[in-house]
Design a protein around this ligand. Structure first.
Ligand code: HEM
Length: 160
């Protein structure tokens, strides 16, 4: 049982590092870049930043995924995936899947295409668009965290 507590601690630490990073990008980095004089320089900075952040987020994603599936296996709670009051279990896996595809497939591919992309197409509006996408992911992540903490400590939507 003790090892399950440790796995849970690792799970939450991974989530904090990863979703905390998304919050920082959304509320601090992107608004700052949108205000910079030269959008193409801002984009060059963003691309470097993103590359470093992706490396860290890949590690957190791995920790979160391995610890999450280990808990499902050890607690034998697979049945939750067919019970709607455990919506946050589905949400956790879906968000994890989405980020995994982004970090392990799209980000390395995008890096190869960066040199080809024309920097003249970048404007302040580009950062506003990127910020909106990050905000949506962040809100989904926070809702999932709220549901997961409440649900795993016994606060479930009753009915079924
Ligand atoms: C493959 C992906 C994931 C799996 C398999 C998974 C699985 C789990 C499991 C089995 C639990 C324990 C539930 C319980 O004790 O009743 C849990 C807890 C939790 N998960 Fe995940 N999870 C995953 C991804 C995520 C993601 C992406 C987030 C954040 C957005 C997240 C946030 C949390 C939180 C906050 C808890 C509650 C910890 C606590 O208060 O004890 N998980 N997860």
């Amino acid at each position: 049982m003790d090892e399950l507590v440790l796995v849970r601690v690792l799970h939450v630490l991974g989530v904090v590092l990863w979703i905390g990073g998304v919050a920082m990008v959304t509320f601090v980095l992107l608004p700052t870049l949108a205000k910079m004089q030269s959008p193409s320089e801002a984009m060059a900075f963003f691309q470097q930043f993103r590359q470093r952040f992706a490396a860290q987020a890949r590690l957190s994603t791995l920790v979160v995924g391995i610890s999450g599936f280990y808990m499902i296996y050890a607690l034998d709670i697979w049945h939750r995936f067919v019970q709607w009051q455990y919506w946050w279990m589905h949400a956790m896996v879906l968000i994890w899947l989405f980020f995994s595809v982004m970090l392990f497939v799209m980000e390395p591919r995008g890096r190869k295409q960066v040199s080809v992309a024309s920097s003249s197409e970048v404007s302040a509006a580009t950062f506003v668009k990127i910020q909106r996408k990050h905000l949506l992911l962040l809100v989904l992540g926070l809702l999932t965290i709220a549901g997961a903490v409440a649900g795993s400590h016994g606060w479930l939507i009753s009915g079924i």
